[in-house]
Design a protein around this ligand. Sequence first.
Ligand code: GLN
Length: 174
Amino acid sequence: MTAGVLAVQGAFAEMEAYWRAKGFDVFEIRQLADLGRNMDLLALPGGESTVQGKLLKDLGLFEPLKERIAGGLPVFAVCAGMILLAEKIENDPSVWFGVLPVTVRRNAYGRQLGSFKTVGEFDGKDGVTMTFIRAPAITAVPPDAEILSVFDGAPTAVRWKNIVACAWHPELGE
Ligand code: GLN
């Protein structure tokens, strides 16, 4: 299996290592030509969603990626990646791909709590380390989304159709 990791900004190296450790062949998506490669999974790393979104547009990657995601390509999105997918961002007028019908709020876990770790259940598996880094909150999910993890009573990871989106960083946990 092959994972294409968006590598224009942010924590893409960690994302690459994560999928390699799972036995995937990994390549970086930096320019349009990279999309010519076979890809079973698209991984969108954490980072700064505004910067990533702008770079995607400047590099001509935005529309082709959006088409692939809307067409059913499996996507694993973390933090900024989830913000790029969200249909609505409460505290930001931008909508990027807008293909995932959730509402998010950027930098929702506050200043002091900007970065923290917790251990919890993800997709029925207990003891998962969850690293939050200026993470977005998920404030609305559609009824047909599956909630994969919860923190403080609010969903922090969801699966919807071909997309798994996570507010915390699985690739930084053990
Ligand atoms: N705070 C970042 C944003 O709003 C996301 C942080 C992250 O990806 N760890 O885009």
